[in-house]
Design a protein around this ligand. Structure first.
Ligand SMILES: Cc1cc2nc3c(=O)[nH]c(=O)nc-3n(C[C@H](O)[C@H](O)[C@H](O)COP(=O)(O)OP(=O)(O)OC[C@H]3O[C@@H](n4cnc5c(N)ncnc54)[C@H](O)[C@@H]3O)c2cc1C
Length: 537
């Protein structure tokens, strides 16, 4: 196998897959994409309704645990992350959300030139093929298929009505001018199948002669010549070797994987490296800091009557129903197996002084308990509520100098009392919404408490059960302050030939789900790399 390439990309996730495809459009350069996991070609990945399988199994999932969280009564959180071509876009819930205009204008106001909403919107549109058609806010002809409406469970209508009865406006499109409101989510699917970054970007590029994709291969360390990144040490099942980069090494290993690799390579704060015997390559105190995530709490209810046709659950009637659903899905990709389970949601203000909605709800046509790891017999529904701009900040650290050891992940959930207070207010609002008449005929027993629950008990329940809604970011943040890891062109400060391009560069998490924004970061990153090397031999 060739061992020298122009670009080495570590991680084939939402950002890495995008970069590999865009950079290899130029036939004069060679690109190598290194991915720890296997291919995405598996029915458990492509079938939307089976998304739970890759949340709990470890074959295509890093299945990280956090360090014990003081804010969660000492519990360890669970952090599933995709480990396959497509990364977490291969195991996520397929919701297509961009966040709020104010998020990107905030990034730009921090000094990150080129990242205002107006400047990043073209990259969202470039990536997109919107089945709803082209408009000021949507693109067509791009690789990422976004379906704008599909048959959803009738339960979603109840959720929408319930929210409207609380004066929450109906929203047709969360990704256009206004975000506040309730409605069905757009999703990254095509003809009833998941459309991950691997489907969108890698499948069409896979036969290019200038693109090499290595799966089941771990990047262990970045190699340097003084301050210039020159290669990556990799380990496959059979051997360890070094790949060389003529131009750049690009780290796209995700919000946990990217800081982990930088720390293993001696880039970080000396106090993080020296205890593990790692030689300091470059002092950069922000590596692994600023970890934050959308902390989330779930209300779940059993159905008052059997909901086996409208929800996903475990029952004899549900199993019988699934036979018909399987045939339907096989025939034309419709029915329950095409459902992303989280079909509708809402963006709401708890505080009108905020620049944009500060909580998000996800309505789930299933009983979701402990990330689906705790299964319950029967049918029901759940509502997630998460904080869109949490104040708590945590970190990613090394457990050891061994690349095979998972990093120490500390999201510091609810460490800041303001987060606890806001999540409590959000949980109250969620309970109110679930008590509205729209749910009266189907609302059975709650699993963990009721709307009448007093403040102390509800707060205790939040600490007992809150966890991630899977949007960790910020651990290699973009900026120019002393804790920034990359500059506005995503180059690692103080080093040459090294960029980080993925969700870890977000200085502050966007107000929504993070897949589309990470693909946008990949698109913009690819363009900046092309610009920076234009005219090179
Ligand atoms: C369960 C779940 C549900 C979600 N639901 C949604 C949703 O509905 N909508 C939405 O917008 N967002 C959702 N997200 C979030 C979204 O998918 C992620 O934010 C996004 O995919 C992150 O992209 P990334 O490129 O930063 O990282 P990833 O996509 O995670 O990619 C990182 C890649 O790097 C690889 N890697 C890591 N370390 C190494 C190494 N040392 N060597 C080689 N390879 C390595 C990994 O295996 C992985 O493939 C969800 C995430 C999860 C986990």
């Amino acid at each position: 196998m060739e061992t020298e390439f122009d670009y080495l990309i570590v991680g084939a996730g939402s950002a890495g897959a995008t970069l590999a495809a865009r950079l290899s459009e130029d036939k004069t350069v060679s690109v190598c994409l290194i991915e720890a996991g296997p291919s995405h070609k598996h029915f458990s990945v492509s079938t939307p309704g089976l998304l739970l399988l890759n949340m709990v199994s470890k074959k295509r999932n890093w299945a990280f645990e956090t360090v014990p969280q003081k804010g969660l009564n000492g519990r360890r959180g669970y952090q599933p992350r995709g480990k396959m071509l497509g990364g977490s876009s291969g195991s996520n819930a397929m919701i297509y959300i961009r966040g709020n205009k104010a998020d990107y204008d905030h990034w730009a106001s921090l000094g990150n030139k080129g990242w205002s909403y107006e400047e990043i919107l073209p990259f969202f549109k470039k990536s997109e093929h919107y089945e709803g058609g082209e408009s000021e806010y949507h693109g067509i002809g791009g690789p990422l298929n976004v379906t704008y409406k599909k048959e959803a469970s009738p339960l979603n209508q109840r959720f929408i009505e319930a929210a409207q009865s609380l004066q929450i406006p109906h929203r047709e499109d969360f990704n256009s001018e206004h975000q506040e409101g309730v409605g069905l989510f757009d999703i990254t699917q095509k003809r009833g199948k998941r459309w991950s970054a691997a489907n969108a970007y890698l499948d069409p590029a896979i036969d290019r002669e200038n693109l090499t994709i290595i799966t089941e291969c771990i990047a262990e360390r970045i190699i340097f010549k003084k301050k210039q990144a020159t290669g990556v040490q990799i380990r496959t099942k059979s051997n360890q070797t070094i790949l060389l980069a003529r131009r750049e090494v690009i780290v796209s290993a995700g919000a946990f994987g990217s800081p982990h690799l930088l720390l293993l390579s001696g880039i970080g704060a000396p106090e993080k490296l020296l205890p593990h015997g790692i030689k300091i390559q470059h002092t950069l105190p922000g590596v692994g800091e600023n970890l934050h995530d959308h902390v989330d709490w779930i209300a779940n209810y059993r159905g008052k009557r059997s909901l086996h046709k409208e929800t996903v659950g475990f029952s004899l009637s549900g199993a019988a129903n699934m036979i018909g659903e399987t045939l339907k899905y096989r025939k034309d990709g419709t029915g329950m197996f095409s459902s992303n389970i989280a079909e509708s949601g809402a963006f709401l203000y708890l505080d009108r002084e905020e620049p944009s909605p500060d909580i998000q709800l996800h309505f789930i046509i299933s009983i979701v308990d402990d990330h689906g790891r705790k299964l319950h017999w029967g049918h029901g529904f759940s509502v997630h509520v998460c904080l869109l701009r949490p104040k708590s900040r945590g970190s990613v650290n090394l457990a050891s100098s061994k690349p095979s050891d998972a990093p120490l992940i500390d999201p510091a959930f609810l460490a800041d009392d303001r987060d606890m207070e806001k999540l409590y207010q959000g949980a109250r609002l969620t309970q109110r919404l679930l008590q509205t008449p729209a749910f009266d005929s189907i609302r059975g027993k709650p699993f963990y408490g009721t709307a009448e629950q007093d403040e102390a008990r509800l707060k205790q329940d939040i600490r007992n059960r809150a966890d991630t809604i899977y949007h960790p970011v910020g651990t290699c943040k973009m900026g120019s302050d002393k804790m920034a890891v990359v500059d506005e062109r995503l180059r690692v400060h103080g080093l040459k030939g090294l960029r980080v391009i993925d969700a870890s560069i977000m200085p502050q998490v966007i107000s929504g789900n993070t897949n589309a924004p990470t693909i946008m970061i990949g698109e913009k990153g690819a363009q900046m790399i092309k610009e920076d090397w234009s005219g090179a031999e």
